[in-house]
Design a protein around this ligand. Structure first.
Ligand code: FRU
Length: 496
């Protein structure tokens, strides 16, 4: 007997409840979105709907290593504290036999509507597949029914390869628009559709395409207007490393430019990576009722080591970040201000002058926010300064984050961080205001997110230190540096 969607959801949910009992705490995050157990990847369907925030994610509820992908679901009243909801979508219908791939959410006449990619394997050995775009909806924002006439787009454009996925849908004036990740002749591209009713879609052409340098496939596109510019955010695959750039297996970044809804032409500049760390992919954004463009990414990278898999889970999402365009036309990301609600037990330090390594005596933990401001000018003789975070008692295990004055770069070094992948990432600061370097850290059990100078540089990374590595150090090399302020807070758990 073939099971229907409801039965498959029930089965998946009870597998997840069982798996949850086996999950080990060692690397579980305190204030990041994760599934109760097992695998997650991309954030999906981000939306503020009827006064609440919904986040879905790619989820395999049966295994921590991944498999036929479902949609997991959480919601929040304030974007800070979250609750788990039942799994929203399970694959296995004739249009999404082998997976409910990434997609987005819109409100349609009061119904929470999900638009996603149905993944269908044609021949496992030959690795052939067909992808179609599908729709599901919900009255209560919890229980979803797939549209009975799915798919909503059953064939890709003529010149397209079978890679045709990750619909992001939005409304502009009297129409719905959709961008999709796609490929033609071994080149990544983003294609555009529009529709009056969300069910019948017309192909509108190519929005942006790789010239070869931008790789062979574009995943998870998102297209929006921000501060007078149009932004295409996407995850290209196959960009070759170049100096400090494009060091991760796959990239996530953006093009900004001008777009005309009449001609459908997008004239844009160069590709720029959004986050300069190791673990940031498949980011998606949404517009909230305060007019903010909020973005969340998957805080992992495909094919990297995920030590938490041994503990019965894998993958997490970043904290929500507000996107802006700065005066040079680059995107900045900053933690949304609501996250200040998580702060407890403030510790402030003013050592004024730092020379060598100084352990921060009153700061200890694995769930912290730290803001440290350094003065680049006054009496500075150091050529490097920053923090060692999540250090072991003897200081041998640590993650180094520092500014290199000569190189004018922020550096994140996780070669001594513990389990998981090592490596170094470097990012150049485009400008420095007031001769200050402000490092804003969000440190969780197995992650670090660093925001430099109000989001000019953001570096996100998973780290897997020993649970007892809870110490912090501030340091300078080659001389002295003035530490203007250092404030730290313990951060609360978000699952209330
Ligand atoms: C991005 C991605 C998407 C796809 C999903 C499958 O990480 O490869 O293109 O829809 O993951 O889980």
């Amino acid at each position: 007997m073939v099971k229907n969607h409801k039965e498959r959801l029930k089965e998946a949910q009870s597998a997840l409840e069982k798996a949850r009992e086996q999950v080990k705490d060692r690397y579980r995050l305190n204030y990041h979105i994760m599934a109760p157990a097992n695998w997650i990847n991309d954030p999906n369907g981000l939306i503020q709907w009827k006064g609440e925030y919904h986040v879905f994610y790619q989820h395999h509820p049966y295994d921590s290593k991944g498999g036929p992908i479902h949609w997991g679901h959480v919601k929040s009243k304030d974007l800070v504290y979250w609750e788990h909801l039942p799994i929203a979508l399970a694959p296995g219908d004739e249009f999404d036999k082998n997976g409910c791939f990434s997609g987005s959410a819109v409100d349609h006449d009061g119904r929470l509507t999900l638009i996603y990619t149905g993944h269908n394997v044609l021949d496992e050995v030959a690795d052939t597949f067909k992808k179609v775009q599908c729709l599901a909806e919900s009255q209560d924002g919890i229980h979803f029914s797939k549209w009975e006439h799915n798919p909503i787009i059953s064939v890709s454009p003529e010149d397209s390869s079978p890679h045709f996925r990750d619909p992001k849908v939005w409304r502009f004036r009297d129409k719905w628009y959709m961008v999709l990740g796609n490929q033609t002749n071994g080149l990544g591209r983003v294609i555009l559709y529009n529709s009056e009713d969300l069910k019948n879609w017309r192909y509108q052409g190519v929005l942006a395409q790789s010239d070869g340098k931008l790789g062979y496939m574009f995943e998870c596109p998102d297209f929006f207007e921000l501060d007078g510019k149009f932004v295409l955010l996407f995850s290209p695959q196959g960009i070759k490393p170049e100096g400090d750039l494009y060091q991760n297996l796959y990239q996530n970044g953006y093009l900004t430019g001008e777009f005309d809804y009449e001609t459908k032409q997008f004239h844009h500049g160069e590709f720029i990576e959004l986050d300069k760390g190791f673990d940031f992919y498949a980011a998606q954004s949404f517009l909230d009722d305060k007019g903010r463009r909020i973005v969340i990414g998957w805080m992992n990278m495909w094919e990297s080591k995920m030590p938490e898999q041994e503990d019965g889970w894998a993958g997490a999402l970043t904290i929500p970040r507000e996107l802006k365009v700065n005066s040079e036309g680059f995107l900045t990301m900053e933690p949304i201000e609501e996250l200040q609600k998580l702060r407890k037990d403030r510790v402030s330090i003013s050592y004024s002058t730092i020379k060598g390594i100084k352990r921060l005596e009153n700061i200890k933990g694995d769930s912290l926010e730290i803001v440290a401001e350094f003065d680049l000018n006054e009496k500075r003789t150091a050529n490097r300064f920053g923090l060692n975070v999540r250090c072991s008692e003897d200081g041998s295990e640590k993650t180094l984050i520092y500014f290199d004055v000569e190189e004018n770069k922020m550096i994140l070094d996780r070669n001594y961080s513990g389990q998981g992948e090592g490596g170094i990432r470097k990012a150049k600061l485009n400008r420095i205001d007031d001769n200050k370097i402000k490092m804003h850290f969000f440190i969780d059990r197995s992650s670090i997110e660093l925001f430099v100078n109000n989001g000019e540089i953001v570096m996100t990374s998973r780290i897997y230190p020993d649970p007892e590595s809870k110490f912090f150090e501030v340091f300078s090399e080659g001389g002295e540096v003035k530490l203007i302020t250092l404030d730290s807070w313990t951060l609360d758990n978000i699952w209330n």
